[in-house]
Design a binder for this molecule. Sequence first.
Ligand code: ADP
Ligand code: MG
Ligand code: ZN
Length: 489
Amino acid sequence: MKQFEVIIGLEVHVELKTRSKLFCGCSTEFGSDPNTHSCPVCLGMPGVLPVLNREAVVYATKAALALQCSVHTYSKFDRKQYFYPDLPKAYQISQYDQPLAEYGRVPIVIDGVVEKTARVRRIHLEEDAGKLNHLGQRLGDAKGSLVDLNRAGVPLIEIVSEPDMNSADEARLYLTELRNILSYLDISDLRMEEGSMRCDANVSLRPDGYVGSVEDLPRVEIKNVNSIRNVQRGIEYEILRQTELLQAGERIVKETRGFDDQKGRTYSQRSKEEANDYRYFPEPDLPPLILSDAFIQDVQDSLPPSTVALREELRTAGVQPKDVEVILSDPHALIFWRRATALFRDARMVTNWMLSDLSRLLNTHGHNFATAPISPRGLVDLLNLIMGGTLSGKMAKEVLDNMYETQKPAEVVVHELGLIQITDAEAIKKVVEETVALHKQVVEDYLSGKEKALGFLVGQVMKKTKGQAKPDVVNATLKDVIRDFADKT
Ligand code: ADP
Ligand code: MG
Ligand code: ZN
């Protein structure tokens, strides 16, 4: 049977969180009442002139440099023309043949190791369109549509990859790393479900022995999927669909497809337009974008460490590969982790508490590591009580829950709950002896070989001490006392 190589290229739109829009002073705030952030410029009135937002250029340059692109000192804006009700000017200001930046790279990381590098073809600046709100469940049966232009003119960067991904999984890893890298720049909310990060996935299959250009393979573009997981699912489906078609001797139609996340299937939307359908031409109302070398260098100098360097930092501290990825994916988690590990030696223990119990509390309360009511110092105080033997792990969880609710320091909570772990051997021995005396039959059972009987006795001691006895001390003491008991009888 014929073999096919999977070829995937990704186009990612990222909304920049500048205060104002790309070419006017309107606010970019998300979630306001419809059409409260609009003006003659973003409404496309005649006779107005766009003025480029400097902050957007800084953000876009940051992204380009963090993705290791060459940033061009000369780039220009073009009009991309099409008609749609969310685009009042009937053209979008974008960058066509001379984009802001080219030739970048995104590492594809598996288990903390850079397995390969996907190339970024180009990054350009453009404005977003408005939004249509359909009056009904679906466009098909909507009674009408309302236009909201709050988003019209919000700055976007489009990051176009080379067709370097060869599986749905690699596409997922590319997007995850792209988001990781951008998240440290603080230039976008990067929320796929809110549309501040959007991805179009181009998928094609190259038959064995195909010698033509990859660009000429008929490809399908899956549009605007709302999560990384769904991009992966859409690509997986598309690979199956195209494989079946090709094996049946049919042709792939070059088209744009949507993804139905309920059914897990892509569906045809429209045949794909070509660049010349847009009648691109240079934007006459804006001068070219000229950046000085000094400006580019300043932005370069302001960049945070790369994700590869951050991974190395976490790995060297002893964090497990899986946990490294979780912390890395959230800059607030990394800040928290750094502060906590600066105060506490065992980085793995800090990580475990952060990612299990503290994360559980954050999730239940809708908090994150930046808004957590427990500080790194607070967590470390708790960990010190465990290390010092005052608290067992189980008791510490209870203390953490309580600290979270009351925002009191660990020591205070421990005192209030009367939760001191009993490590005093004499005190434990006394309870153990009482227990043994009370359950002679169980002790006999244990001595005659029923291992399980010991568990019952441990349980009784823990109950009497309200869980505050140190379990390993209880175990050892029980065995001692039982041995004495056996010797005597
Ligand atoms: P378009 O305007 O058609 O979307 P772009 O130049 O914006 O074209 O983007 C093309 C995208 O398609 C790039 O991400 C590129 O990597 C990708 N691509 C090119 N050839 C293939 C292919 N054979 N299979 C999958 N993706 C491809
Ligand atoms: Mg495109
Ligand atoms: Zn405006």
